[in-house]
Design a protein around this ligand. Structure first.
Ligand SMILES: [Zn+2]
Length: 89
């Protein structure tokens, strides 16, 4: 059982998580509604069950991740759900 005192020693995990994310680009464009290669966070790619994907690395935000994805696919776009800042349509 966790004691309340233990909480005080915990690092501020929430802030660390907001510093960035691991991103993937979907290799299979036909599965996307907009027929382009969508970029997802690691969590969302797993949620969607995307099996064929290219690892983009750790990025500060989705805009950065999509820029990286465009090195692989020129039509790369951010997912509307997990990458709203980089979503073009
Ligand atoms: Zn997504």
């Amino acid at each position: 059982m966790l004691t309340h005192a233990a909480d005080i020693c915990q690092p501020r995990i929430k802030e660390v998580n907001h510093m960035g994310n691991y991103y993937y680009v979907n290799d299979n464009r036909t599965l996307n509604p907009g027929l382009h290669h969508e970029v997802h966070t690691e969590q969302h790619a797993r949620l969607l069950g995307i099996v064929s994907k290219t690892y983009l690395g750790y990025h500060f935000d989705e805009v950065d991740a999509v820029a990286e994805a465009k090195r692989y696919y020129s039509d790369a776009d951010g997912c509307v759900v997990c990458c709203p800042k980089a979503h073009q349509g």
